[in-house]
Design a protein around this ligand. Structure first.
Ligand code: SF4
Length: 486
């Protein structure tokens, strides 16, 4: 594990996607663009919107940030006519980053068109896809979402909702999805409810969105979470709710609270910011440190650091300042300045740190390479001691449910014991909040090993949904797997 070829984006986890849909508002296209802008943290590589104007479907799908695609380009927004729209933010893993994978995906089925935007990851997509290809299906993308479209198209059921449910009964994995037909907006959460999906209302128009922050940006009212295993069908006549799948225990992704969701979102009844502060409090109770100040690794470490400071009585200080204008493009400095790469995103606030014993708080440690650079940076700025505290248990396992994690061998906590990790990152002490502390912070009395309240598989290895294939779909540059199925 070296720091020389460090890539910051490779050392954080990435949520794959955010979804948004609105039914029956004359500004459906622009409102969807705003909703996607609020969900930008869930995917920064590409965004797309499909709208329907009563006669035809229109699509704008492009690589880049939502503001670049829709904010600066009125032509794209003007294309999206009609009162019905769905949209999608993408961070590519499964299926690569090719333009043809940008969602919402669209297909003409018997009975009309359907557009689908999907957050999550199917754990049996590879096997399903290979069978579909053998049966003659012609895939246009390498996205696992297209598997859902093919299965929907081939279903023998009549109404499109029945076809979609029939398709989803064949898939395994995590999905929160929105779908648009000429007459319906459909929202579905997988039976475990791994990924979030909420229902809102704006000027009489129902909205489906990954997080409540997408409702806030347009002034929409939060109505409720879509339940695990629920299918909602919104038409001109109102909304109907179904539970057509075999019930499963709720296993919402606990990492949404730790890192993925925006702190101002309310997810499954919990405010994300408050949840993060409570994790910091638990961390301070479990692993206090003799120190002069608490310093977050910004931005994601801030709420937990506030909680740690409040619980420990130590002052909270911005000892590291983050540059918010670093995009994904500036991650490959040349060899002669590579050792400075940490400064692209973070700069020490020297006057705060000099001579101080610092508790450094971060939300998680993935590969450990960023943590090592940040500890060194804080030491170089004159800190007398650096005590690293992590607001999640050690990330030891890969996620197969819609989060881009490296292979286990690249996860520092999978490869090293605590003391080895401490030495690697160069801290004076290192501690992670315990699993029990994390559950207490979520308001749970304890973690029931037989029936944990959340998916916590990347910490525990306890995967709630079978991982039939973990190929994760096709890779960048790989157009098909015909060689494998031949
Ligand atoms: Fe979330 Fe981790 Fe479960 Fe993936 S494995 S869904 S990141 S808790």
């Amino acid at each position: 594990m070296t720091v020389g070829d460090h890539d910051f984006d490779a050392d954080t986890l990435h949520e794959e996607c955010g979804v948004f849909g609105i039914f029956g508002h004359p500004k459906a296209g622009p409102l969807t663009a705003l909703g996607l802008h609020a969900l930008q943290h869930r995917g920064q590589e590409a965004a797309g919107i499909v709208s329907f104007d009563g006669g035809q479907f229109m699509a704008e799908r492009h690589q880049g940030l939502v503001g670049e695609i829709f904010g600066r380009n009125n032509a794209h927004i003007e294309t999206l006519k009609g009162a019905f729209a769905i949209g999608h933010n993408r961070y590519s893993t499964s299926g690569g980053s090719a333009a043809r994978n940008i969602q919402p995906l669209f297909a003409d089925l018997v009975g009309g068109g359907i557009a689908i935007a999907h957050n999550g990851n199917l754990t049996n997509a590879y096997g399903l896809r290979s069978r579909l290809v053998k049966d003659g299906a012609i895939f246009q993308s390498t996205s696992d979402t297209e598997v859902i479209i093919h299965l929907t198209a081939r279903s023998h059921y009549g109404p499109v909702v029945d076809k979609l449910v029939d398709a989803l009964r064949k898939v395994e994995g995590a999905y929160s999805l929105v779908a648009l037909t000429s007459k319906k907006l459909i929202g579905v959460r997988d039976p475990w409810g791994v990924r979030p999906l909420v229902l809102g209302m704006f000027e009489g128009a129902p909205i489906l969105a990954s997080e409540t922050c997408a409702l806030d940006i347009i002034g929409a009212e939060f109505v409720r979470d879509i339940r695990p295993g629920e299918v909602v069908v919104i038409t001109q006549d109102g909304m109907e709710s179904y539970f057509p799948f075999k019930p499963q225990p709720d296993r919402f992704c606990v990492f949404e609270y730790i890192y993925f969701a925006r702190p101002d979102s309310v997810v499954e009844g919990r405010n994300v910011y408050e949840a993060r502060k409570r994790i910091g409090e638990e961390l301070a109770k479990e692993f206090p440190a003799e120190a002069d100040m608490v310093v977050p690794v910004p931005d994601s470490g801030v709420p937990a650091a506030l909680g740690f400071a409040a619980q420990s009585g130590l002052p909270f200080e911005f000892g590291i300042i983050r540059n918010h204008y670093v995009g994904r493009t500036f991650i490959e400095p040349t060899e002669d300045v590579r050792h400075l790469s940490v400064r692209l995103k973070h700069n020490p606030n020297h006057s705060m740190l000099t001579g101080k014993r610092v508790v450094l708080i971060d939300d998680s440690i993935v590969r450990g390479t960023t943590s090592k650079l940040i500890v060194q940076m804080v030491r170089d700025a004159g800190a007398a001691e650096v005590h690293f505290r992590v607001a999640s248990p050690p990330t030891k396992h890969s996620c197969f449910y819609g989060v881009d994690t490296p292979n286990e061998e690249a996860l520092i906590a999978h490869e090293m014991k605590l003391e080895e990790m401490r030495q690697f990152i160069g801290a004076d002490s290192l501690a992670f909040v315990s699993m029990e502390g994390l559950y207490r912070a979520m308001g749970e009395p304890r973690r029931d090993p037989e029936a944990p309240r959340f998916c916590d598989a990347c910490f525990s290895g306890d995967y709630p949904i079978e991982v039939s294939d973990n190929a994760g779909g096709l890779k960048d540059g790989q157009l098909s797997f015909l060689a494998e199925v031949a």
